[in-house]
Design a protein around this ligand. Structure first.
Ligand code: NI
Length: 414
């Protein structure tokens, strides 16, 4: 009996010791855990309070570690979580952008295509990006960005902003290169092509547009003696590809032979001016012939475009007080003369424009010569990279704060 009691007592003691050890172990582990969490948070709170106010931390330490790294480098510019599914961090390191997309719980680094339900959705997204780039940038910039730049993604609740890193070709450009893809653009037949849900803007307006900037260096291109069918068409296409505009001073007697060219000009927003009916020096026209040359030209153009013709470019730049007083129009001369009709040399034209054209200048060319077509195709990207916008005469006047007045002659707008 005694033996049995002793045995039971012993077992109780062993059990109690075991329980004490177990509790101590749990206690130590818990304390250790608290210390670890506390140390981590202490570090985070420090960074949160003093380095980057908007820093937000998550349940995954891989992501938080990256946030700490970017905050420490002072390069974190955006930090977003969506649907507790993905986290997207955007880094801007002196104009070099990088994005990090993580799975919310597992901290797995993902690619942009992982955010789409399927390959078709991702392809649609890529074509939207291309479409938006085409709206905002010249064709050569769009192609360079798609083919040679590394994009970084800022994924927000209502849109994705795509930042592009500048390539060697585009390094001269001062502004940031980016497009915004609003989710409104990604809803097809009421279907969401993404793996997460988002917010739709009710008053969506596409922000990816090319806009003239009054603070940018600006020059006007003018083309005389056309229209000339194929050559004029190629010049217009080059202008469109480069987000540029121009004024075409056309001859009244050529208009009906190139109706389609004039229609295209009008439809695509090019400015059409008068270069008289048959290229006669205006001071030589007397007895109503002066007014007739202008009105016949205007009538031919208006029959196609339905618009009044505002500007006159006098042939040979020949103008006198009588001409100025007789006609109710502004007269547009030039201050950069490429002499393209004389040299018929692309490189000469390009060098002349690059060396001489300055903010506010009007450049004279003729759309009837092949080297001039090639000049326009090559010089527009060069001018864009140098920070110029190329516009029509009326646009240049407006951007520079001029109101074009009848009976006045203009050489530039500075
Ligand atoms: Ni001429």
């Amino acid at each position: 009996m005694r033996y049995t009691i002793n045995w039971v007592m012993k077992m109780k003691i062993v059990k109690t010791i075991f329980e004490i050890l177990l509790l101590s172990f749990i206690f130590i582990i818990t304390i250790f855990g608290f210390i670890v969490v506390h140390e981590y948070n202490k570090n985070s709170v420090y960074l949160n309070d003093f380095k980057y106010q908007k820093t937000r931390y998550y349940e995954n330490k891989i992501i938080n570690k990256k946030i700490d790294e970017l905050v420490k480098n002072n390069t974190l510019v955006s930090n977003n979580v969506f649907n507790k599914r993905y986290v997207c961090l955007l880094e801007n390191n002196n104009g070099n952008y990088a994005s990090y997309i993580y799975g919310y719980y597992n901290g797995k680094l993902l690619e942009i295509k992982d955010l789409f339900k399927n390959e078709d959705g991702y392809e649609l997204f890529k074509s939207k990006v291309e479409e938006m780039l085409a709206l905002k940038y010249p064709k050569f910039v769009k192609e360079e960005l798609i083919n040679n730049s590394t994009p970084a993604y800022d994924i927000l609740e209502n849109k994705i902003i795509i930042h592009y890193n500048k390539t060697e070709l585009l390094k001269e450009i001062n502004e940031d290169l980016y497009v915004e893809i609003n989710y409104v653009e990604l809803i097809i037949d009421n279907n969401n092509i993404l793996n997460y849900s988002f917010q739709l803007d009710s008053n969506y307006e596409n922000p990816n547009t090319y806009k003239l900037d009054p603070n940018k260096k600006t020059i006007a291109f003018t083309f005389d003696d056309g229209p000339a069918g194929e050559k004029t068409m190629r010049i217009m296409n080059a202008l469109l590809d480069n987000k540029a505009n121009a004024t075409f001073f056309i001859l009244g007697n050529k208009v009906n032979n190139y109706k389609e060219t004039v229609e295209f000009m009008n439809k695509n927003g090019f400015e059409i001016g008068s270069h008289t009916y048959e290229h006669t020096s205006l001071p030589k026209l007397k007895n109503g012939k002066l007014e007739e040359s202008i009105s016949k030209t205007e009538n031919n153009i208006k029959a196609i475009t339905g618009k009044d013709v505002l500007l006159i470019r006098p042939p040979y730049g020949a103008i006198n007080d009588y001409v100025k007083e007789s006609l109710n129009h502004p007269f547009i001369l030039w201050d950069v003369d490429t002499n393209d009709w004389l040299y018929k040399d692309k490189d000469h034209n390009i060098n002349h424009i690059i060396e001489n054209a300055k903010d506010g200048d009007i450049v004279l060319m003729h759309d009837i010569h092949e080297p001039t077509v090639e000049t326009v195709e090559e010089v527009l990207p060069m001018l864009y990279l140098k920070g110029y916008q190329v516009v029509s005469v009326s646009e240049l006047a407006e951007l520079k704060g001029y109101k074009l007045e009848n009976h006045h002659a203009y050489r530039s707008f500075k």
